[in-house]
Design a protein around this ligand. Sequence first.
Ligand code: FUL
Length: 457
Amino acid sequence: MIPFLKQAAHVCPSQKQLDWYAMEMYAFVHFSPNTFTDLEWGDGTEPEAVFNPTRLDCDQWVEAIKSAGLKGMVLTAKHHDGFCLWPSKYTEHSVKNCPVPRDIVKEASLACKRGGIKFGIYLSPWDRNSKYYGTPEYNDYFCNQLTELLTQYGEIFYVWFDNACGEGPNGKKQQYDFPRYFALIHKYQPNALIFNDFGPDVRWCGNEAGIARHSEWAVVPAELCHYAQPQTAAGPMAEEGSLSYMYSTDQEIGSISNILYSKGLAFVPSEINMSIRPGWFWHEKEEPHSLQRLFNTYLTSAGANACLHLNIPPTREGLFDERDVRRLKEFGDLIRKEFGTPVKNHLKKVEGCPVTQPKYTLTFEKPVKDLKYVVIAEDIAQGQRVESFRITADFASGGQYALYQGTCIGNKRICPLQDPFAGQNPLINDSTPEIRQLTVHITAARDTVILKDIAVY
Ligand code: FUL
């Protein structure tokens, strides 16, 4: 059993997955006839004329995205209604037949380039407009469209596939040929990551509410991420069908109890996707979520071994709503404020601890009172290994106090010691004595622990 855990500890990310982790957050942009018809799912019968963004300005989107610290944008080039935001050769249901026939994919990709952020695409396989949908020809149609997007708009960092599969205009459902779609991406944009519920490069966290698992492992059973390449042999308990129940909405995916039964492990980190508003598309009556909700989501996404994919829907004018623009700026400002300057300390590894249970002390130059976060990072390039850890405080006046206990670390674990919105806190508050030193104790790991950083804010 133990050798298998060691194998699990050595399942490693690709370079593009490492680059993705470094982004931490990127934007989703949902824009289609739904914006004008006040729907979330158009049925594909909407006349092209309804799509009429009179003040479209993708530079305004990019500026707002950057103010939040998001490092890229993924545009819904085609949503379930089949309407294309670019003048595809293969359909009339696109911007080319709109009152203002502009190539929005092009404008968005160029705005990202000018603004120095990455550009990606969402292309919905479910197409409620195409007459081919539900027949083998549809996969050709889809590949033709995907090829247009992969070859005409510069570098694409991300291709986001939705698994939604409903009926098309002829009442039939479609068998999606994902391996064929993936092969096109590998051919034309080898550096692009592919998102799908089940991998290969990034997987879905299982909800659209911004809620991360308490243990968000990037090393997961190949049964779940069947589009990813397994990097290990089967676990010691694996039998045919052992994990057939497993689904992306399960609470436990990469924990030991699961991986022992898997037929092989793959590295597929999780994306937390949510919209800044209740809907994915813009609706006049909706308001952006509170700053508190967004910030907490940051802590439990980028701060919990995942990335945050935050949707901001343009209005009917083709601009981000001013309310969202303000919220994005507040969000970015708060992250910059909370994680701007680390508290100086002397970091030392305690001698003589087992390699899977190391201890680190962080001694402050002067005793401190107002600690807010401890941020721990594993060297994820060498695999995800830590199973559990605890943080304790040594008070200047003597005595010790348990501050935090956690499970996974991975790329980055933000351990909040206070709630920035709650004021007083049961762990650290006005009556907490001054802290002389923190101890970070890894209490279990799958193999030798390799941390990259421990920072205190
Ligand atoms: C879902 C879609 O059905 C929603 O409309 C939205 O695009 C979301 C990101 O993915 O599966």
